[in-house]
Design a binder for this molecule. Structure first.
Ligand code: KIV
Length: 302
């Protein structure tokens, strides 16, 4: 059962209703089919195909490296893996620099990728391009605070934003510009909790925080942080599982079993009528090999 109780895929109206009802909104990133299936089954109402895929799935050193084609590839997988969640696809670096380019690329995420919304970074500086997307009927989620696509321009080091009076006022103006552009929600990344709460109070669209405290309307986390899949956990994240260790253990145990000849065993193998095999190999009863390599008899009923 979804957060709204309906059976269709959630819409931005459903998200707006959760917000209006005062329900906090969980969101997670997803990049692949099996994970999307599980997160969808768990009832997470919004899945973000974040450009963080660059770092956490594709091994690039920064989000700047991921292309539109790669984002589309992952978006399609997440859409195939989910039935209920609203899928938001992240517009990658330099893919929404003009209104025309922004509309075209956002449209590709819906038309080719099957997403229901897109996300774009930047406040005042991106508002005009967001407006062009929204005028085309495409829902947009904004993203202000720490915006990884602008990281070089922001000094290159991941930092909490909005700590001075001027910076806090700029963030508020950014939030209002995104709202005025018509966004249905806005991500606040690495913003001091009291400032994020104040922005949330002043907006009439939901804020989705990451490293922005509990006063936001919802929260988003990078799924690999949540699952403990990476070797580094950012301060704002809380691992709810430790899959890196689980996978390490599983891979080591499997390798040891293969080396020892205990995988596959009878339960993981199939057998066949030995007479049919004899016929296929053109051998008589007496020619039959006593055992296959590694001591597993081929003609034993496994
Ligand atoms: O790409 C991403 O994962 C994001 C979230 C951190 C909001 O933009």
């Amino acid at each position: 059962m979804s957060a709204t109780g309906s059976s269709a895929r959630l819409t931005i109206q459903d998200i707006g209703k959760l917000y209006a009802d005062g329900q906090r909104i969980p969101m997670l990133t997803a990049y692949d089919y099996p994970t999307a299936r599980i997160l969808d089954e768990a009832g997470v109402p919004m899945l973000l195909v974040g450009d963080s895929v660059a770092e956490v799935m594709l091994g690039y050193e920064s989000t700047l490296r991921v292309s539109m084609e790669e984002m589309l590839h992952h978006t399609k997988a997440v859409v195939r893996g989910s039935e209920r969640a609203l899928v938001v696809a992240d517009l990658p670096f330099l893919s929404y620099e003009t209104p025309d380019q922004a509309r075209e690329n956002a449209g590709r995420f819906l038309r080719e990728g099957g997403a229901q919304a897109v996300k774009a970074e930047g406040g005042v500086r991106s508002a005009r391009n967001m407006e062009a997307i929204i005028r085309a009927g495409i829902p947009v989620m904004g993203h202000i605070g720490w915006t990884p696509q602008a990281k070089l321009g922001m000094g290159g080091k991941v930092r909490v934003q909005g700590k001075t009076r001027e910076a806090a006022q700029r963030l508020l103006s950014d939030a209002l510009a995104v709202q005025e552009a018509g966004a249905f929600a806005i991500v606040l990344e690495l913003v001091p909790a009291p400032l994020a709460a104040a922005i949330t109070e002043r907006l009439r669209i939901p804020t989705i925080g990451i490293g922005a405290g509990a006063g936001c309307s919802g929260q988003v986390q990078v799924v690999t942080d949540l699952l403990g899949l990476g070797s580094f956990v950012p301060r704002h994240a809380r691992p709810y599982a430790h899959l890196r260790e689980t996978i390490l253990e599983a891979a080591r145990a499997y390798s040891a079993d293969v080396v020892a000849g205990t995988f596959p065993g009878p339960a993981e193998s199939s057998t066949m009528d030995p007479a049919v095999l004899d016929e296929a190999l053109g051998r008589g009863e007496l020619d039959r090999a006593p055992a296959a390599p590694f001591g597993i008899p081929l003609d034993r009923d496994l």
